[in-house]
Design a protein around this ligand. Structure first.
Ligand SMILES: Nc1ncnc2c1ncn2[C@@H]1O[C@H](COP(=O)(O)OP(=O)(O)OP(=O)(O)O)[C@@H](O)[C@H]1O
Length: 300
């Protein structure tokens, strides 16, 4: 069942389309990622899903409800992470958690949530005195305190140290295991690769690709990169003729090929046939980073 449906969403500012026909749907219990360069239209898209911005055109449904027309009902099932927004500086962490819990019919118990986010010893601290990372952790707690069916996290772990980032990933995996649907905007490829079931890459207001992290990586020009120093010169044509070789480059006596898993065996076989040894043979897999750069460059 689709918990979030976005169809042909459009939004312009000053005559410039910043979201230009975006469509996707998110299934119940899925972690769906939105990746894209700065200014691609990610926040505009998710804020339309949250009902914070009104689309110019298109159709959005969250658990079957229209986020603008049914704003109050959507707000009860959807938890949103505040982005850069400031809570009142004098509000303590405890007061903020209690206040946000009071907005929902069946809130979560905020104490274990605060514990997991390392906020227990900050409960009496005023918001204005928290560090950037502590504020971010509080925003995550506030997004989850209503025990929502859907949670929208925009730049989930920005500003968190590596340990807090990993703890937060575990928390999000646990939240999903409890059946919550997660819409996640992120700039961190490791985060997207670890957490997301599917990812929409948005570039210039349009979806450049929508796939699993592995699917996006496979689409990348060279999913496997092989490099070695041959013991004797090799004929470039022989290498180019190998199956699924996407590119061949020679530099300082070293050969770098991109292709697929199948290319690795083919290269080894070719070298053996020519009695050439591969010194310092290295094989590496393309990452989501590579796929992201390919996809967003291709659309440039
Ligand atoms: N309220 C607004 N008024 C005018 N222009 C806006 C408004 N909100 C966003 N924009 C413009 O729309 C474009 C998309 O912005 P958006 O915040 O959706 O991008 P983003 O993909 O979330 O970027 P980032 O990764 O930098 O957060 C940007 O060029 C931005 O300047």
């Amino acid at each position: 069942m689709s918990v979030i449906e976005v169809s042909e969403l459009r939004k312009s500012y000053g005559g410039r389309a910043v979201v230009d026909g975006v469509s996707f749907s998110v299934q119940e219990g899925e972690i769906f990622g939105i990746l894209g360069p700065n200014g691609a239209g990610k926040t505009t898209t998710v804020e339309c899903v949250e009902g914070l911005r009104v689309p110019d055109a298109g159709r959005i449904r969250v658990t079957g409800l229209d986020p603008v027309a049914d704003h109050e009902r959507v707000a009860r099932v959807l938890g949103a992470q505040l982005q850069q927004s400031e809570l009142q500086a004098k509000l303590t962490v405890r007061e903020a958690l209690e206040l946000y819990a009071s907005f929902y019919p069946r809130p979560a118990n905020w104490r274990p949530l605060a514990e997991r986010l390392g906020l227990t010893d900050k409960l009496a601290t005023r918001f204005g005195k928290l560090s950037g990372g502590q504020k971010q952790r509080l925003f995550i707690a506030l997004a989850l305190v209503g025990d929502p069916r859907v949670v929208v996290l925009d730049e989930l772990t920005t500003g968190l140290d590596p340990r807090a980032r990993r703890d937060t990933w575990q928390l999000i995996e646990d939240v999903r295991a409890a059946g919550v649907t997660v819409l996640l905007v992120t700039h961190f490829m490791e985060e997207a690769q670890r957490l997301c079931d599917r990812i929409a890459v948005i570039d210039k207001g349009r979806i450049a690709a929508l796939d699993t992290p592995e699917g996006l990586i496979r689409r990348s020009a060279g999913a496997t990169v092989i490099s070695f120093t041959p013991s004797a010169p090799l004929d470039e044509h022989d290498l180019n003729a190998l199956p699924e070789v996407a590119s061949v480059a020679y530099k300082d006596g070293r050969v770098t090929l991109s292709g697929t898993d199948a290319t690795v065996n083919a290269v080894i076989t070719l070298l053996a046939r020519h009695h050439v040894t591969a010194h310092q043979l290295r094989v590496s897999d393309a990452t989501l980073d590579d796929a992201f750069l390919d996809l967003t460059e291709a659309a440039a």
